[in-house]
Design a protein. Structure first.
Length: 677
């Protein structure tokens, strides 16, 4: 195990320890071996108690009666082994006395056996009931936290997602497993305490004393103090092995979204070759979870010592058999050995469960962290005037010395740098510039998907941050290249532009006509009810081995198939959603950011024509590389370069600027459509 310790500026007066665990680089705070270090470990253990308390309280509220009974069943399981041992010991003791005296105590034997059978029957009934109740609580628990995560993810703004991207994909599926870890620790604690009490009773009654009990605990105690758990430490783990990372990247190329590229480019053999080469370079380097690798790194001497400690009781038996044989009876030997085995297993389970409890509470802290996230973009209190249906004017916008960098950006370059301009109410504005010039970043600020790093965005004379977010979002309709289709029907994909009218078929069809989607959607077998990206849960097994004429194989052929449409058709559906949004009557700003990039020139011209016809009462901002046919309608053209606004004005004004950026872009576009002899 390779280690490297170095000073870390982030830890005042301390240091970090770097450990190489397989493909992982793990950073931890350097262990403090002083008494303060042990105090810190106990402090870390105590730190999870509030999470346990909150977790148990939340789950309890989902089913107080059911959970109480499940907890009681766990408590019963904690004393079950002791009861079974007690009655087994009683039966064997009676039998031993009967054999020695030659006169069986039939009634005592029958009573002891019946009592043991009763415990077994009760345990079986308790276990059966728990298996019936557990799925109910499990479903309630998963659904509750799924709802919390779903709600939190839907309400998180883009800067917040950037800041917490590592936890956005958290799943609620393992929630019940993590909750049962708490119950298991409680059950094991009760079981250990009851077993210790019982073993002490047997040891004392058979004149073996506490020495035997301590020998029973030798292996568990050594295992407890020798255990290695990465979860006991605050740590940062990062996979840094280049071959492992390349292997993962190559493996991802097997996903469906890359299939067309790989087939059309005929690069299957190259990918397979590189995959095999990366695998060979990786060799036997461990790729498992870093915490698992860490736990398994025990020395040979410690492993042997731990196992030998487990046989100390055998040494005790042997010594007494030689020097003090009258001290044992067959029953006491059998029961002590059986009790010792159960105690060692229970104690070891407890040590493991405590480690799992730490991991579980770490997971729950992440869950609660996500569900309690406060959005970076703060809501205002000012009502946007555009919500007044009687107002017909569009939104007026002023940018004053606006600079902007994306959250978490590792680049020093600003996406926008000291940008200022004014857009009057109702104007049609065209944003032009090369890729990376800041056009998309600018319109994201207008839609208040992000806030400026410095400077102000004024809407109708007020800082955009002073308005209520729902008002600004309700007054804005965006058609961008980043928009996607939802895994819902075409009707719902379009209708959600105006959720209040999402079931109005006539409005949906009209929006589809204006967005250009009506022609191809209406030709589909299920029309507007078609779901493009169905979320299916279906599979077949051995069906391909059967004759295709069998009823089963015929049913398999009826299973849902994937439907695909072109990029241009997808953009037409998204555009139709935008026209549906217009029907809300609240839209005062329309942003079209490369939302027609997959359309042919004719389709794009038709879309822009329909947008212009819906212009009344709206300010419109267009971003497109094919801007030539828009400029004659533009009230204002803004030309961006390197995150800065370098030119603004009408088409005629900008074309007059010598060696101007706009005129250069326009001429390049004109040449592309010029007739070639």
């Amino acid at each position: 195990m390779e280690k490297n310790t170095f000073k870390a500026a982030a830890v005042a007066g301390g240091s970090l320890e770097e450990t190489k665990l397989g493909v992982w680089r793990v950073l931890t705070e350097k262990d403090d071996q002083t008494s303060l270090g042990f105090a810190m470990r106990w402090k870390k253990m105590a730190a999870i108690l509030p999470t346990i308390q909150k977790f148990v309280a939340d789950v309890y509220m989902l089913g107080p009666g059911l959970l109480t009974l499940i907890v009681l069943s766990k408590l019963w399981s904690g004393v079950e082994h002791v009861l079974l041992l007690h009655f087994a010991n009683r039966v064997l003791s009676i039998i031993e006395v009967s054999l020695r005296e030659g006169q069986p105590d039939t009634a005592a034997i029958v009573n002891a056996v019946i009592a043991r059978f009763l415990v077994v029957a009760i345990s079986a009934a308790v276990e059966w009931w728990r298996t019936q109740a557990t799925p109910i609580m499990q479903n309630r628990c998963i659904h509750h936290y799924e709802d919390l995560l779903f709600s939190s993810n839907l309400q998180a703004d883009l800067p917040t997602i950037h800041d917490n991207n590592a936890d956005i994909s958290l799943s609620a599926e393992p929630i019940w497993y993590h909750f049962t870890n708490i119950l298991d620790v409680a059950q094991t604690g009760i079981e250990t305490a009851s077993l210790l009490t019982y073993i002490f009773q047997i040891a004392i009654s058979s004149r073996h004393g506490p020495v035997f009990v301590l020998l029973c605990l030798g292996k568990p105690f050594i295992g407890f103090f020798a255990r290695r758990s990465l979860w006991d430490k605050a740590h940062v783990a990062q996979a840094t092995d280049p071959q492992y990372l390349r292997l993962r990247a190559l493996k991802e190329l097997g996903e469906t979204k890359y299939r067309q590229d790989i087939i059309s480019m005929n690069i299957t053999n190259y990918i397979l070759g590189e995959y095999e080469r990366a695998r060979e370079e990786l060799g036997d380097t461990e790729m498992g979870a870093p915490w698992k690798i860490y736990e398994n790194q025990h020395s040979l001497g410690l492993t042997v010592l731990t196992e030998l400690a487990g046989d100390l009781t055998m040494l005790y038996y042997a010594g007494n058999a030689v020097f003090n044989p009258e001290k044992f009876t067959l029953t006491s030997i059998a029961m002590l050995q059986h009790s010792e085995s159960i105690l060692q297993r229970t104690f070891s389970d407890g040590v493991r469960q405590i480690g799992e409890l730490r991991r579980s509470m770490g997971f729950m802290q992440r869950i609660y962290g996500v569900t309690n996230i406060v959005n970076v973009i703060k809501d205002g209190s000012l009502e946007y005037p555009g919500m007044d249906q009687s107002q017909t004017a569009g939104m007026s916008i002023d940018l004053r010395n606006v600079s902007f960098s994306y959250p978490g950006s590792t680049s020093n370059a600003k996406a926008l740098d000291d940008v200022s301009f004014s857009i009057k109410s109702g104007q049609l504005v065209v944003l032009v510039g090369a890729n990376g010039s800041g056009k998309s970043s600018l319109v994201k600020l207008l839609a208040r998907l992000y806030d400026t790093s410095s400077g102000k965005v004024l809407v109708n004379g007020h800082d955009i941050r002073n308005y209520r977010i729902k008002d600004i979002r309700g007054a804005t309709a965006s058609l961008t290249q980043d928009h996607h289709l939802y895994p819902l029907s075409f009707a719902e994909n379009i209708g959600l532009g105006n959720p209040n009218q999402s079931s109005d078929v006539d409005m949906i069809v009209d929006a589809a006509r204006k967005g250009g989607a009506n022609n191809f959607v209406s030709k589909l077998k299920e029309g507007f009810s078609t779901v493009l990206d169905q979320k299916k849960h279906q599979y077949t097994t051995h069906v391909k081995d059967l004759d295709k004429k069998t009823p089963l194989s015929q049913e398999a052929d009826k299973l849902s198939k994937t439907i695909d449409i072109s990029g241009g058709e997808k953009q037409r559906v998204v555009a139709s959603r935008t026209f549906m949004r217009f029907t809300s009557g609240t839209v005062k700003l329309v942003i079209a950011d490369e939302g027609s990039s997959a359309l042919d020139p004719e389709g794009e011209w038709e879309l822009f024509k329909n947008l212009r016809e819906a212009r009344q009462g709206k300010t419109m901002v267009f971003v497109t590389h094919r801007f030539g046919h828009l400029t004659k309608y533009a009230d204002l053209i803004l030309c961006m370069k390197g995150g800065r606004l370098i030119e603004s004005g009408s088409h005629e004004d900008l074309m007059k600027i010598p060696d101007g950026e706009y005129s250069k872009l326009y001429d390049m576009q004109a040449k592309a459509f010029a007739t070639v002899d």
